[in-house]
Design a protein around this ligand. Structure first.
Ligand code: ADP
Ligand code: TRP
Length: 323
C-alpha cells in the first residue's frame, strides 16, 4: 500500500482554504491508505520565535485536524520534533545537497524578497522537508503547486544519496501534484492565505466571522439587475463549498436572474458556513475539554512513526558508513 505523507506548519490559525485545499483531501485519503500526517513544528522555527505561540499553534492544529475528522486509528499523526532523527537525516542529506539547488529555491527567494532576514534555517528548509519525506519511506506527498519545487528537490536529493551510498537506500517519492487543485479565494478575491489577511477561519468567534462575511465588498449593481456573471461572484463561489449543491445552484440562479440582494446572499453564506462546520466545532469543544487525549494521540503517533524512522535511519547510517 503506498505511504502517503504530508506536513502542516503550525504558524497560524487554519482557514477554510486550508480545509478545502489540504485537510479534507488528506482526511479522505486516510481511509484507503497508509497515511502519515505530522505537525511540522521544526519548520515553524523560521517563522515564529515566541515559545508560547509555537506551543499554542501546535496544540491548535492538533485539535483542528482531529476535530475535522483525522482518525488516529487510521492515520499516524504526530509532532515532527517528537522524532528528532529527522534532524540527523537532514545533516546526511544536506552534506550532499548542492548549493546551486538551494539557491534556486523560489520559497527562499520569496521570503527574502518579503523582508525576512536570510538565515541558515530558511535556506536549509528544503533539506529538512526532504528529510521529513525520506525518513518515512514515503511514496506519495499530496501537496499544492506551491510545494512542487520542494518535491522535485526531495527527489533529486534522494537520487543523489542513492547514487552515492547505494541504490535502494532511500525510497524516491513519486510526484503527485494536482494542477487542478482548487484555489479557494479569500474575502478580497485573492487566494485565501493567512499572509494576505483575507481568511475565513474554520473555528472562530461567531460574531466576528459574521462581520467578516457581511463585510465582503461587492459591486454597486442594484438587487434587481440581472447578473450574467453570477458564477464569478465570490459569495457564490464560497457558498458552493459549504452549502448543499441544490441550494448553491438556486442562489446562483436567483443572482443571475436579478432580484437577490448581496446582503441576503452574504447572510446565506454565513449561515451555511456556520452550519457546515457545526459538527466539527462540537467535536473540537469536546477535545479541548480533554487535553490529555490530544497529547496521547500525538505521543502514540510518534511511537508509530518512530518504528519506520528507526529502520530508515539504520539503513542510511549503514549505507554511508556511520555504522
Ligand atoms: P497560507 O497560505 O495561509 O500560509 P499554507 O501555505 O500554510 O497556507 O498552506 C497549508 C496548506 O493549505 C497547503 O497544502 C496549501 O496548499 C493549502 N492551502 C492554503 N491556502 C489555500 C487556498 N486558498 N486554497 C487551497 N489550498 C490552500
Ligand atoms: N512545507 C510545507 C508547507 O509549507 C509543510 C511541510 C513540511 C511538508 N514538511 C513537509 C509538506 C513534508 C509535505 C511533506 O505547506
Amino acid at each position: 500500500m503506498p505511504r502517503v505523507l504530508t506536513g502542516i506548519t503550525p504558524s497560524g490559525t487554519l482557514h477554510i482554504g486550508n480545509y478545502f485545499g489540504a485537510m479534507r483531501p488528506a482526511i479522505e485519503l486516510q481511509a484507503g491508505g497508509d497515511a502519515f500526517y505530522f505537525i511540522a513544528d521544526y519548520h515553524s522555527m523560521t517563522a515564529i520565535t515566541d515559545p508560547a505561540e509555537r506551543r499554542g499553534y501546535t496544540q491548535g492544529i492538533a485539535l483542528d485536524w482531529l476535530a475535522c475528522g483525522l482518525d488516529p486509528a487510521k492515520a499516524v499523526f504526530w509532532r515532527q520534533s517528537d522524532v528528532p532523527e529527522v534532524c540527523e537525516l537532514t545533516w546526511l542529506l544536506g552534506s550532499l545537497t548542492p548549493m546551486g539547488l538551494l539557491e534556486r529555491a523560489h520559497s527562499y527567494k520569496d521570503k527574502i524578497a518579503k523582508g525576512m532576514s536570510p538565515n541558515f534555517g530558511l535556506f536549509a528548509y528544503p533539506v529538512l522537508m526532504a528529510a521529513d519525506i525520506l525518513l518515512y519511506d514515503t511514496h506519495v506527498v499530496p501537496v499544492g503547486k506551491d510545494q512542487k519545487q520542494h518535491l522535485e528537490m526531495t527527489r533529486d536529493i534522494a537520487i543523489k544519496f542513492n547514487q552515492t551510498y547505494g541504490e535502494n537506500t532511500l525510497v524516491v517519492p513519486e510526484e503527485r501534484i494536482s494542477e487542478t487543485l482548487a484555489v479557494i479565494p479569500g474575502l478580497d478575491g485573492q487566494k485565501m492565505s493567512k499572509s494576505y489577511g483575507n481568511t475565513i477561519e474554520i473555528f472562530g468567534d461567531e460574531k466576528a466571522l459574521r462581520k467578516k462575511i457581511m463585510g465582503i465588498v461587492m459591486d454597486s449593481r442594484t438587487p434587481q439587475e440581472p447578473k450574467p456573471d453570477a458564477e464569478k461572484n465570490l459569495a457564490i463561489q464560497l457558498l458552493k463549498l459549504v452549502a448543499p449543491v441544490g441550494v448553491a445552484a438556486d442562489f446562483e440562479n436567483r443572482l443571475r436572474a436579478g432580484g437577490l440582494g448581496y446582503g441576503d446572499l452574504k447572510k446565506a453564506l454565513f449561515e451555511h458556513y456556520w452550519e457546515f462546520f457545526a459538527p466539527y466545532r462540537a467535536r473540537r469543544a469536546e477535545l479541548v475539554a480533554d487535553p490529555s487525549y490530544v497529547e496521547k494521540v500525538l505521543h502514540d503517533g510518534a511511537g508509530r512513526a518512530r518504528i519506520v524512522a528507526d529502520q530508515v535511519m539504520a539503513r542510511a547510517r549503514q549505507a554511508c558508513g556511520l555504522r
